[in-house]
Write a protein that binds this ligand. Structure first.
Ligand code: PNS
Length: 168
């Protein structure tokens, strides 16, 4: 009998961007099930609550039937064990991501040697894109509508109303 293979794609997703969606789409094409899991970290100040981040991710990934959205707190490897998964998916943009990702992957391997981190390289047009950049650009009146899905753009407008003369 064929064993089904599931993977976990963790992150802050504050908010989900088109770059994240691209990685989720590629992961969904490789695995039977992908769990996009939003980190609940009370120590890190987020622009959106976990429930809002999950709702935005769910909306943005609804075209992928084998992707589900969840959240986790505590250690990522504990969440993987709970999900009975052995694969962590992370997206890689520029070389600058590498050092942080390398450390994260080695830490997780130290904690759980049976778990593997797999990197999916982003597409060139998303290589500069991050949730942090989206929030900053938006708040200074820059155009972000082609960087995030429509539901995120709507929520950004609700969360950070801009002066009338600035219409991103
Ligand atoms: O989108 P992000 O903020 O780059 O995602 C980072 C994330 C959520 C993958 C990472 O912070 C994480 O796994 N946090 C959970 C705590 C943990 O397991 N730490 C041990 C590895 S250093």
């Amino acid at each position: 009998m064929k064993r089904s293979i599931n993977a976990v794609y963790p992150g802050s997703f504050d908010p989900i961007t088109n770059g994240h969606i691209y990685i989720a789409e590629r992961a969904a094409a490789l695995f039977d099930e992908v769990v996009v899991s939003v980190l609940l970290n009370p120590q890190k100040k987020a622009a959106f609550s976990v429930e809002e981040r999950k709702a935005m991710a769910r909306e943005a990934l609804s075209h992928l039937p084998n992707v589900k959205v969840d959240s986790f707190s505590g250690l990522l490897v504990d969440f993987l064990r709970q999900e009975q998964s052995r694969i962590i998916i992370r997206g890689l943009r520029a070389l600058s991501d590498f050092e942080y990702e390398f450390q994260l992957a080695l830490m997780n391997r130290q904690l759980a040697p049976e778990i593997e981190t797999l990197f999916i390289v982003t597409e060139a047009r998303y290589s500069y894109l991050s949730s942090h950049a989206v929030k900053e650009i938006y708040q200074f009146g820059g155009a972000v509508h082609d960087m995030v899905p429509p539901g995120v753009f709507r929520r950004l407008r609700e969360r950070f109303p801009l002066p009338r003369n600035i219409l991103p």
